[in-house]
Design a protein around this ligand. Sequence first.
Ligand code: APR
Length: 186
Amino acid sequence: MPEQTKTALAGGRVLVGVGDITAQAVDAIVNAANRTLLGGGGVDGVIHRVGGARIKEECKELRRTRFPKGLPTGEAVLTGGGALPARHVIHTVGPIWGREGGREAELLAACYRNSLALAIEHGLATVAFPSISTGAFSYPREEAAAVSSAAIAEFLREDDAVREVRLVFFSSGDMNVFLRHQQFDE
Ligand code: APR
């Protein structure tokens, strides 16, 4: 995210900026998917559009072999990056605000934690996240900032294999809301 990296947090391991998730040349970008893993709008739509059909083929295979009922909210799976500059895509399903019986924060934290754990499992050192659940899934940006930053900070305290986490926002407005409500130690 060289063009608009605005802020480095957590000792420089977390880079916050404005950009397009599909343009991130990292080991893995994270997709804000839905349980079907078969695509949608927003981030999901653009990742499949830019990444190409191979990604969907891998998702269909994951559905056939491991998740016949769909990927549970909070879980994460890995595919190749297809035509994307990123080598891999980590697909995770964020919580839908107000529809998870009060478990929204726990499930959103699980998306970030499980995506980072999957990256380590596959030896991936650089990961870029969009702002999971804050679009179609209506998670308030302020609360999402507090939950996501706390989950990432806790994970990075326990681990040093992940070298760089990028938090990629689609607008400076979204980024500024995050920066005002994030809970990283400076
Ligand atoms: N790059 C970075 N961020 C983006 C991009 C992009 N190209 N496009 C959208 N965003 C931002 C949105 O502005 C929002 O802040 O990503 C955030 C997540 O929005 P959504 O993509 O709507 O994801 P989410 O809220 O998790 O809803 C997921 O929407 O697209 C469907 O299939 C998907 O059903 C699932 C649901």
